[in-house]
Write a protein that binds this ligand. Structure first.
Ligand code: FMN
Length: 455
């Protein structure tokens, strides 16, 4: 069967998400992110183009490692200012019928009970069109915003996340039965209390009594997204995630990365096709190849190389040193003996090589440029040879990127059977991606709490 592309718009409630400096293009709309009209326009465009979902990234702190200050991030609008992503969803849902919404929320700082209710609310209001990108957060400043002196250690964050998930599954899947809500007016019975239960969760990190405050929503558990690269992260993904972001890192490792997560998921009792793999991708399409190339050059003319170092929390200034000294020497010249002692950076690498590695991390391994036919050829290669299932489309220009994809790339992909012809009315986001039910399958660990079992 021809594999169809999962296509999401990659967004964030901020001027500068992941295309550093490009907000400066005179007709880019990024600074309109505070306006509800921006999101309404985006949602309508994306739905008209047949995208599966709008995917909203989020961070809950400022990038303040580079220069030891948040100033470089603020100056660039680089994920600060940054508004709450969840609150955008009802506005976008109200003007659309089909498109899904993926939203990022961290398991590290806010306890699960209130989050469970917010997601259930969104799943109700969107009629099951919502997904959650599970993150454990990586910014030191985020820790300090939530009362901690420093970040919780990486693997412990995943341990906390694992318990967080159990609490959520108990609330979402186990606390209310499907037939609990009766709305029986003559019988004076809104909901049957014998079909609603507390969860009485007592764990290492959380104590939650319940019951869940929301009645069952179309998907109960939202579609679960996750991006992981580490051992702990992959072990977590194998248990929980349905749609995963992956990367070709180290170069050439994409197929192995996908296979190892799939195998781990199968070992956790899931099926190979219970997981889907997305990459961040760039599609620059024009009516002619020259037009597409010119667009790419125009975008690249606004690129801000230093932004990548700010974003990656690099604790020195790679642009201020000659290419041929080592990272260690550069750090020493800047008096950052603390960083040298702490390790974690490739100290032996030359600054030139380090700069190139950062460039590569941001570069466009998944880059399709050209006519509709050319980008469709490239995307088919990603699907069939690289083995991915879909993309988060990186916006080089709002709304040109989404509009070009919708008007130029999507029709060609549709002609080739690589994009669905139309939305199926009433479908939840999980049904759209997996073609099965609205709820998590029985073989997912969340199912163990259904009907109050295992509570
Ligand atoms: C496409 C993609 C999107 C991501 N979006 C976010 C995000 O919005 N917020 C966040 O805190 N982390 C985000 N991350 C980082 C991941 O949550 C995770 O920290 C990272 O992939 C490292 O994996 P590890 O946690 O297993 O070490 C994203 C990663 C990728 C690849």
């Amino acid at each position: 069967m021809t594999k169809q592309l999962v296509a999401n718009v990659f967004e964030m409630n901020t001027p500068g998400h992941i295309t550093h400096g490009l907000w400066r293009q005179p007709d880019n709309q990024r600074e309109r992110y505070t306006q509800i009209e921006y999101w309404i326009e985006l949602a309508r465009l994306a739905e008209a183009g047949g995208f599966d979902a709008i995917f909203l990234a989020d961070v809950i702190g400022a990038y303040d490692v580079y220069d030891d200050d948040f100033a470089p991030a603020v100056r660039r609008g680089l994920q600060i200012p940054n508004n709450d992503p969840m609150l955008l969803i009802p506005a976008m849902a109200a003007v659309t019928e089909h498109i899904g919404f993926g939203v990022t929320f961290s398991t590290t700082y806010e306890p699960p009970f209130a989050f469970a209710r917010r997601m259930s609310t969104l799943d109700h209001l969107t009629k099951g069109r919502v997904g959650w990108n599970i993150v454990t957060s990586y910014l030191p400043n985020a820790a300090r915003n939530f009362g901690l002196a420093e970040e919780i250690e990486h693997d412990l964050r995943y341990e906390i996340a694992a318990e967080y998930m159990e609490v959520l599954y108990k609330l979402w899947e186990g606390s209310w039965d499907d037939d609990a809500v009766l709305v029986d007016k003559p019988g004076d019975l809104y909901a049957d209390p014998s079909k609603v239960r507390r969860i009485d969760h007592v764990g290492r990190h959380f104590r939650v009594a319940g019951p869940h405050l929301s009645e069952p929503s179309p998907q109960r558990t939202p579609l679960l997204f996750q991006a992981s690269a580490s051992r702990a992260g992959i072990a977590f993904a194998a248990q929980h995630a349905e749609v995963l972001f992956t990367a070709d890192r180290p170069a050439g490792a994409l197929a192995a990365n996908i296979a190892s997560i799939r195998e781990a998921a199968v070992a956790a009792g899931r099926r190979p096709d219970d997981t889907r793999f997305l990459v961040m991708a760039t599609v620059i399409v024009g009516r002619t190849e020259e037009e597409a190339r010119a667009k790419l050059e125009r975008y690249r003319g606004y690129r801000d190389a230093e932004g990548a170092f700010v974003h990656m929390s690099v604790p020195f200034h790679p642009l201020q040193h000659p290419d041929d000294i080592t990272v260690r020497e550069a750090l020493e010249r800047e008096g950052r003996h603390d960083v040298v002692a702490r390790g974690g950076l490739p100290l032996h690498l030359t600054v030139g090589a380090f700069r190139r590695a950062v460039d590569e991390a941001w570069d466009e391994r998944f880059l399709a440029v050209g006519t509709p036919e050319q980008v469709a050829d490239t995307i088919e290669h990603w699907l069939d040879v690289d083995g991915i299932d879909g993309i988060n489309l990186r916006q080089y220009h709002s709304f040109e990127t989404v509009r070009d994809f919708a008007e130029l790339a999507a029709p060609e992909l549709r002609r080739r059977g690589r994009l669905r012809e139309s939305y199926r009315p009433g479908e939840t986001l999980r049904e759209r991606i997996f073609g099965e039910g609205a709820r998590l399958p029985e073989r997912h660990r969340a199912a163990r709490y259904r009907g109050g079992a295992g509570l």
